[in-house]
Design a protein around this ligand. Structure first.
Ligand code: AR6
Length: 520
């Protein structure tokens, strides 16, 4: 029991407000200028989930769809035995090339890794030399149940449903334009099946002049090359997801909302003047954000391009979250890189898998039965907040008030409620303190300040770090008993940062705050 005397100011987890206790009145599902709904809202009010009709748009503010009539490619060369006949005829519909390949895979009972590769390269001929597929046959070889070879055709069939499943154009969630997209879990699976087969046009290059250079990559090509045990485990999670979503009896019927939020400069608090005292805090070294904190707003320690390295080799908190809840991956299709005062909130994704370990020790453990309730819009009561901390190449960079304000505003942008008092409290931890080199003491104080300003409680999971757990309890106790306001804390941070930049000053923030307080 870590709740020693000094931890007395802290609360228990069950004293925090969880999603099921929030009485959020959603009202009827409707679309608006800033909320695109990809299913038919009239049918939805009668209980049915059917795709909304629409007309394809090939515009820079919408996702360019693989099945768009305006997606064309040069007619491929004709292979005839060992001969290749150069085709000189004009462009053909790219979807006709894609669907021809996918149909050939889909009609098989089982498809070999090589057949998947061949299909993908047939409509992505430019990447024949660039992409490696060495990992794919190795995944298949490791698959003792022979599930993958049977799944490849099913995923192809799912991808082929795109023109029926997603007819309304998907807007891009662009920089500084707060907007949301609601779609069904089936539509997401169909989009992800297309990502698996690398069908999204204009999404294969990330060079700085590429159309989508400011977006995460979505086609799965990088997952198929450079075999590693990490990728092997990732593949298990992804294939399990497709196994469920291609099973008529098991696939869920619900909706998911992706919402981009932006905190304008006018809304950014004047931190030095903020009169709020600290809100509730629960600190524990046991448990994880997404398990013990599942019913709170779960913080995703994100990259500015959401999902980070999930489709490549990255495998820390965000990537693991995306693998356990693969529907999150579709955010990469339409979410432009987050700017400093922006975040993405995802409501309703389902957890499909369980895992153990972290990074190199990560393992896919098996299926997860998600039993969360659904809200009025049939979204699972799970809310995930993607906020990207600063990546400090050198840890000293963070003791700088400009950076501190950046982190305060980023956290506040996500923590700020939209439904009055009917918001769950927040589950977080060492945000920005792993891959991004942040100082856990500074980041904890920053998150406490942002939560106080938003008047929401925090559950802080130190992920096995007993020392941080105890010291955070002590420091919080001190700050609460002194009735320290956010504004006062901000001024302490100013002094602390100035000192940290002096040579030979290495005191930690908690020690500094403790000493300063005892001198008052
Ligand atoms: N629950 C609570 N704490 C956790 C959990 C968990 N499930 N998982 C990890 N931690 P990190 P960052 C702790 O490095 O520094 C990704 O590539 C654990 O102590 O994932 O913000 C993103 O895409 C860990 O060391 O977050 C970004 O590019 C610490 O949280 C980048 O990493 C920080 O986790 C973000 O890096």
């Amino acid at each position: 029991e870590e709740r020693s005397e000094v931890g007395l100011s802290c609360c228990q987890l069950d004293e925090l407000k969880m999603l099921p206790q929030c009485d959020i009145k959603l009202g009827k599902l409707t679309f608006s200028k800033s909320h695109t709904v990809l299913i038919d809202v009239a049918s939805f009010s009668c209980g049915a989930i059917v795709p909304q009709d629409g007309r394809d748009l090939w515009l820079s503010s919408f996702v360019k769809m693989p099945c768009s009539p305006l997606s064309v490619s040069p007619k491929p060369d004709i292979q005839f035995g060992t001969f290749t006949f150069k085709s000189h005829s004009g462009p053909v519909s790219r979807w006709s090339l894609i669907s021809e390949q996918l149909r050939a895979v889909a009609k098989k009972k089982a498809a070999k890794a090589e057949e998947v590769q061949k299909a993908i390269l047939r409509y992505n001929p430019r990447y024949e030399r660039e992409w490696s597929f060495d990992a794919l046959p190795r995944y298949v070889k490791n698959d003792i149940e022979n599930l993958y070879e049977k799944l490849f055709p099913k995923i192809a069939a799912l991808a082929l449903m795109l023109p029926d499943q997603v007819k309304k154009p998907i807007p891009l969630l662009q920089r500084h334009k707060p907007a949301s997209i609601t779609l069904s879990q089936v539509q997401i699976s169909c989009l992800l099946a297309n990502a698996f087969y690398c069908t999204f046009p204009h999404r294969n290059t990330t060079s700085s002049n590429a159309e989508y250079h400011n977006y995460p990559f979505i086609n799965f090509s990088r997952l198929f090359g450079n075999w590693s045990e990490r990728k092997n485990q990732k593949f298990k999670a992804i294939m399990h997801y497709f196994n469920v979503m291609t099973n008529e009896k098991a696939k869920p019927e619900g909706l998911v909302t992706f919402e981009r939020r932006w905190l304008s400069d006018a809304e950014a608090p004047d931190w030095g003047k903020c009169p709020n005292t600290l809100h509730k805090l629960h600190v524990t070294s046991e448990g994880r954000i997404e398990s013990e904190g599942a019913q709170l707003l779960q913080v995703d320690f994100a990259a500015s391009r959401v999902g980070g390295g999930v489709l490549d080799s990255g495998l820390v908190q965000e990537e693991i979250l995306f693998l356990m809840n693969p529907e999150l991956i579709v955010a990469r299709l339409f979410t432009e890189k987050l700017d400093k005062n922006e975040c993405l909130i995802i409501t309703g994704t389902q957890q499909f898998s369980c895992y153990s370990g972290f990074s190199d020790s990560f393992q896919w453990v098996g299926p997860y039965d998600d039993h969360l309730e659904r809200d009025e819009w049939r979204r699972l009561k799970r809310q995930i907040l993607a906020i990207d901390a600063c990546h400090f190449r050198h840890p000293m960079e963070q003791y700088n008030m400009e950076k501190v304000r950046r982190e305060l505003n980023k956290a506040y942008c996500g923590f700020k409620g939209h439904h009055g008092h009917e918001e769950p409290d927040i589950a977080t931890g060492k945000w920005g303190c792993g891959a991004f080199n942040g100082d856990p003491e500074l980041k904890a104080v920053i998150q406490l300040m942002a939560a106080a300003q938003a008047r929401r409680g925090l559950a802080f999971f130190t992920f096995g770090d007993h020392h941080l757990c105890r010291r955070l309890q002590q420091t919080y106790h001190l700050l609460v008993t002194q009735k320290m306001t956010v504004g006062q804390l901000y001024r302490h941070l100013e002094k602390y940062c100035a000192l940290r930049n002096k040579p030979n000053f290495h005191e930690g923030l908690f020690d500094y705050l403790t000493k300063t307080q005892s001198q008052l």
